[in-house]
Design a protein around this ligand. Structure first.
Ligand code: FUL
Length: 447
């Protein structure tokens, strides 16, 4: 009997543990960066292509004014916390002098073949206090070994060079993209990932399906209106994605693999002068922030250097103003200060029961049009849906309904004047730990 009870207890406990996936320390740190940047730069910048075919001569890579400090300073001013560089894109050209191929900067006119763009960016990141990440394309259209088992050794050798020569790396991007007519290739992803864990244990790894962070399922900058940080990876792999599933996640997913929203400030991922007039405006970038960070994701914005090796002034101005607007909107939380809900920490929270409304006092009567809610995701993600109401002086008026919250839910609505709000969590998977609540008046530049 005792044994039976013990077994039952074990099964129940095991089921609960399984049902409550939580982030690792590296995932938690990554999520809180909120906005990170992509730098797409290679021979494509000089051929005006998006996907090089691998036949490009290193002789065309000649950024005469390259200044990685200009890139990283601009990203810092834009509030980006990490820069991820395309060390090698699909064309196979390496931005560092890899010992494993001739197809690199060492055979280009850049700094007379003595340049190393990976090093310059890594050092600039250190100087300005940004984290640094690398993109190393598995699909390689130049390397002749691609398609054979030997290519896995080549790829691992390159990964090792990047992970051991440039200091700390905080993200490694494994792109699943591959052309339709490309050779078959059986990648040893398990081997690649094990190497990253061993050499840079703090780094998060991105692919369509994790292991640490997942693709959001589109390149237009929007996480799902409902977005769970949990998924079931069965049937998923790099290059094998169910876009709609990745976009919204899965309330019942057994693993914690949050969504990263990657999008470019221009129509293409690489710089093309013809797209100079199509740079996203600050207001558009702010909209993307609401639709990514504000939906429990992270915004990975690509700002591609031009042929001179500089970020274009238009792009620099756009990200600077994007940050100015966000700072202005979120400068002052109009909720009455409490030790737990307004201290900016996830780990200090209030337990909230589904079905029991929580009143939130504002600092007197205020004009507001934005609300921010955060769960203590250290303990997982619980909220399924809820609503907010405001007090119009006589009764409670409906303001907005919402679904998942997770790390952050940002709610936008036409401005109302009110002195208090009421938050109701209607359904939750488990006990809700409400970490933060904020009410704001958006900066004029937002719309
Ligand atoms: C895609 C690639 O094919 C694009 O060129 C770009 O690098 C984007 C971030 O990922 O899969």
């Amino acid at each position: 009997m005792r044994l039976l009870l013990f077994c039952l207890l074990f099964v129940v406990t095991f089921a609960q543990v399984r049902a409550q996936p939580k982030p690792t320390a590296r995932q938690l740190a990554w999520q809180q960066l909120e906005t990170t940047a992509f730098l797409h730069f290679t021979v494509n910048t000089f051929t005006d292509k998006e996907w090089g075919d691998g036949t490009e001569s290193p002789a065309i890579f000649n950024p005469t004014k390259l200044d990685a400090r200009q890139w990283i300073k601009a990203l810092k001013d834009g509030g980006f916390k990490m820069a991820i560089l395309t060390a090698k894109h699909h064309d196979g050209f390496c931005l560092w002098p890899s010992k494993l191929t001739e197809h690199s900067v060492k055979n280009s006119p850049y700094k007379g073949g003595k340049g190393d763009v990976v090093r310059e960016v890594a050092e600039a990141c250190r100087e300005y206090g940004l984290k640094f990440g690398v993109y190393l394309s598995p699909w390689d259209r130049h390397e002749p070994r691609y398609g054979t088992a030997d290519y896995n050794d080549y790829y691992k050798g390159q990964l090792r060079e990047l992970l051991t020569n440039y200091g700390r790396i905080d993200e490694v991007w494994f792109d699943g993209a591959k052309g339709e007519n490309a050779k078959n290739m059986s990648y040893d992803f398990a081997g690649y990932w094990a190497m990253v864990r061993k050499l840079q244990p703090q780094a998060v790894m991105f692919s369509d399906a994790g292991p640490d962070i997942r693709w959001v399922g589109n390149e237009s900058g929007n996480a799902g209106e409902t977005c769970w940080s949990t998924i079931d990876t069965t049937g998923l792999a790099p290059g094998k994605a169910d876009a709609a599933y990745l976009n919204r996640g899965d309330a019942n997913g057994p693993v914690w693999i949050p969504a990263e929203t990657d999008v470019s400030i221009r129509p293409g991922w690489f710089y093309h002068a013809t797209e100079d007039s199509k740079v996203r405006t600050p207001a558009n970038l702010v909209k993307l922030y609401y639709e990514s960070v504000g939906r429990n994701s992270l915004l990975l914005l690509n700002i591609p250097p031009n042929r001179e090796g500089l970020l274009a002034e238009s792009d620099v101005a756009s990200i600077r103003n994007f940050r100015r607007i966000l700072n202005e909107t979120f400068r002052k939380n109009l909720v009455v200060k409490t030790s737990r809900l307004t201290d900016g920490k996830l780990s200090t929270f209030v337990d909230v029961e589904a079905g029991k409304p929580l009143e939130i006092q504002l600092l007197g009567e205020q004009l507001i049009d934005r609300i921010a809610i955060q769960e203590n995701i250290e303990n997982g993600q619980q909220i399924i849906n809820g609503q907010v109401e405001y007090w119009d002086g006589r009764t409670w008026q409906p303001l907005k309904t919402f679904t998942t919250v997770g790390y952050k839910r940002l709610i936008r609505f036409p401005e109302v004047r009110t002195a208090k709000l009421r938050l109701l969590i209607k359904q939750a998977k488990g006990p809700v730990q409400l970490a933060e609540v904020g009410a704001y008046k958006a900066a004029t530049g937002e719309n």
